[in-house]
Design a protein around this ligand. Structure first.
Ligand SMILES: NC(=O)c1ccc[n+]([C@@H]2O[C@H](COP(=O)([O-])OP(=O)(O)OC[C@H]3O[C@@H](n4cnc5c(N)ncnc54)[C@H](O)[C@@H]3O)[C@@H](O)[C@H]2O)c1
Length: 347
């Protein structure tokens, strides 16, 4: 309706909002007063309660569902988390990844533009850079992704650039390094199938008294193990809110590294997990994995300047403590604070 005043509450669409980073960001968006609409096909087999959002179970590229959502709600922006994320799997089954991560994203962008929605916040990845040519990596670092997964992320970034130029899309491509930690108090945390991320794997192994494999200890790092940049998922959620505000205020697109700029080696992570769990880990060093860069650390200057913000929750111990609390919530359905800090039951 021309010249009509929009009376419906401000809404946002969050694809993959039942997933790890999407659910934390959906919660943060609801705290900002947005009517949060989640679309997720639950392909991670996750069980999650999302009382702060309206949840639509379905494929994020289902045009019928999308048309209904964009018609029914006053969507101001789309936060696009939904994707397949397992790098090794992308090497074996690239077709699935190009279909889900690239082709379907094209469909989503087409439908949202048809409905006059122009703001898009995209979950990109440091995987777009490939092998580091210098460290820490800034946003000008050459992009030469190694895995099909990384290539799907870069392919979407190319689409976004062209759509911004031609159709006035305003986007933020957020190149996350490693998301970690949990907002366990709300029943939110990491649940990937299979879980390939270091922190939940280490915590699971310690809780079960099982061995942790360390892939290589002769890299050029302080203790020989690979070093990565971990950001707490709560901080990551805040980056999305701030990037969205940037798009609203500046009406120009944004490509940002999202990390802390600090790295931790695999051994440091294991040591911190032992400290939090008050139990020793059983560690076995095996051969290095093909394609693992020794060090991946973000240069986060641009993120800090542009968003006028810095991570608040990303101390390694704090990250691991929250991840461990989440692990206990998953195992037991509840958490006992006293036992967390005073004795070492097997969880
Ligand atoms: N976890 C990290 O450290 C990390 C690092 C860099 C980039 N990313 C990117 O961030 C995003 C979120 O990652 P995550 O760790 O939360 O992953 P996740 O697997 O927990 O969440 C992804 C969600 O998308 C849903 N999904 C996948 N395909 C779908 C489809 N076709 N239709 C509807 N829903 C679909 C899944 O069910 C899942 O809930 C991904 O795009 C990932 O590539 C994650």
């Amino acid at each position: 309706m021309e010249n009509s005043v929009e009376l419906r509450p401000r809404a946002v669409l969050v694809t993959g909002g039942a997933g790890y980073i999407g659910s934390h960001t959906a919660y943060a968006l609801s705290c900002e007063g947005y009517n949060v609409i989640i679309i997720d096909d639950f392909s991670q087999q996750q069980t999650v309660l999302l009382p702060f959002a309206t949840v639509v179970a379905g494929d994020f590229a289902d045009q019928q569902i999308l048309n209904q959502i964009f018609t029914a709600y006053n969507i101001e922006a789309v936060f696009h988390f939904a994707a397949f994320i397992e790098v090794g799997e992308s090497v074996k089954r690239p077709r699935l990844f190009y279909e889900n991560n690239v082709a379907k994203t094209g469909t989503l962008l087409g439908v949202m533009l048809d409905h006059g929605v122009r703001r898009f916040i995209f979950s990109s990845s440091c995987a777009v850079y490939g092998e580091p040519q210098y460290l820490p990596m800034d946003e000008k670092h050459p992009t030469a992704p190694v895995s099909p997964y990384g290539k799907t992320k870069l392919a979407v970034e190319f689409i976004l650039q062209d759509y911004a130029q031609a159709y006035g899309l305003e986007y933020a491509a957020l190149r996350y390094f490693n998301a970690a930690g949990a907002l366990w108090e709300l029943g939110l945390g990491e649940q990937h199938t299979p879980e390939t991320h270091l922190i939940p794997r280490v915590l699971d192994a310690i809780a079960a008294g099982e061995e942790i494999q360390v892939f290589g200890d002769a890299y050029a790092t302080a203790d020989g193990t690979c070093l990565r940049d971990y950001i707490h998922v709560q901080d990551l959620a805040q980056v999305h809110i701030r990037a969205f505000k940037y798009l609203q205020n500046k009406q120009e697109s944004l490509v940002l590294n999202v990390g802390t700029g600090q790295g931790h080696t695999v051994r440091e992570v294991i040591k911190a997990a032992e400290q939090v769990c008050r139990r020793s880990a059983l560690v076995r060093v095996v051969g290095p994995r093909a394609g693992d860069a020794p060090v991946l650390v973000a240069n986060t200057m641009r993120m800090r300047e542009v968003l006028n913000w810095q991570p608040q929750h990303s101390d390694l111990i704090a990250i691991i403590r929250s991840a461990q609390a989440w692990q206990r919530v998953r195992r037991h359905g509840s958490i006992h604070f006293a036992s967390q800090n005073t004795h070492h039951d097997r969880g």
